[in-house]
Design a protein around this ligand. Structure first.
Ligand SMILES: [Mn+2]
Length: 292
């Protein structure tokens, strides 16, 4: 009966799950309990993995198929308690800590943005000079929202309590957030104006440490590129400018972990799923290719 079964494993990129050879640990976190508008982010990791199995693994930019040289190990989906965001964040922290302890690069697939502080906490324990590059349409600087400090609208407020954060693509925030976005953190929050080379250098100069954790809320992109998000904001970032930024950060700093969050797949419209899969693959290339 072998003839009738797909021989592409159900893993990120459809590559063999071999922990010993893998430099990247892919952690799917299907969590979406605190979303305020659109929901369905719990289906995000599944859609990214599905789409990634169709990706062309030859990367034109680097002229290489680096899926084998890097090696990707896909974990089973994390169990997510719907009622207790703090517990989910803790579970993410523990999982990312295990991946880092094993010397692998943690790539977390969300799920909503509330999970990021767990991953950042784990990375901070391994790298004392850690800073975060946060790519998002929203500031996520509410202190708490809908009775929890772990709402997705608070993710960067939590991260900024422990590490310096540089946000880019931000074009929507509340009155409460405006006080800190336009005040205390104004030099560390960039809007969605075009990422010209000079601006990319300005962003880079704000990243204080040598080690960088990258958190990408895909609503940072323009909705024409990433329509499948809970809160689509017009006037977003362009595909190539985000890649330019990530390429520069990868060349100048050491990217030690990443997450791609907030994909809420639209049935029958796989463009966003595919873009997330490609983004994840290219980001791992920028982070790890040519590095020891
Ligand atoms: Mn957002």
């Amino acid at each position: 009966m072998k003839l009738f079964h797909s021989n592409t494993p159900y893993t990120f990129l459809g590559v063999e799950n071999d922990w010993d050879k893998a430099k990247v640990g892919v952690l799917p976190v299907p969590y979406d309990s605190t979303s305020s508008y659109g929901t369905g982010q719990r289906w995000g990791p599944n859609a990214i993995i599905q789409a990634s199995r169709q990706l062309e693994l030859y990367d034109i930019e680097s002229r290489a198929d680096f899926s084998q040289t890097l090696g990707f190990f896909t974990f089973p989906e994390l169990m997510c308690s719907k009622k207790d965001p703090a517990r989910v964040v803790k579970a993410v922290e523990e999982s990312v800590d295990e991946i880092l302890k094993a010397g692998r690069f943690p790539l977390t697939l969300g799920g909503e943005h509330s999970i990021t502080p767990g991953a950042v906490r784990a990375a901070r324990a391994h790298y004392r000079d850690l800073c975060v590059l946060h790519i998002d349409a929203h500031a996520d600087m509410r202190h708490s929202y809908e009775e929890t400090e772990y709402n997705h609208a608070c993710s960067m407020a939590r991260c900024r309590e422990i590490v310096p954060v540089v946000s880019v693509g931000v074009r929507s925030y509340s009155q409460e957030e405006a006080d800190v976005v336009e005040g205390k953190y104004k030099d560390f929050i960039f809007d969605a104006s075009p990422f010209l080379p000079k601006r990319i250098e300005q962003i880079l100069n704000r990243l204080s440490g040598a080690h960088v954790y990258v958190s990408i809320d895909i609503d940072a992109f323009d909705p024409s590129i990433m329509p499948a998000v809970g809160t689509p904001e017009p006037g977003g970032l362009d595909w190539y400018e985000v890649l330019s930024l990530l390429r520069r950060v990868g060349a100048k700093k050491r990217i030690v972990g990443a997450d791609i969050v907030e994909l809420a797949p639209i049935p029958g419209q796989p463009a966003s799923d595919f873009a997330c899969a490609k983004l994840a693959y290219k980001l791992c290339g920028y982070a790890l290719n040519g590095k020891k």
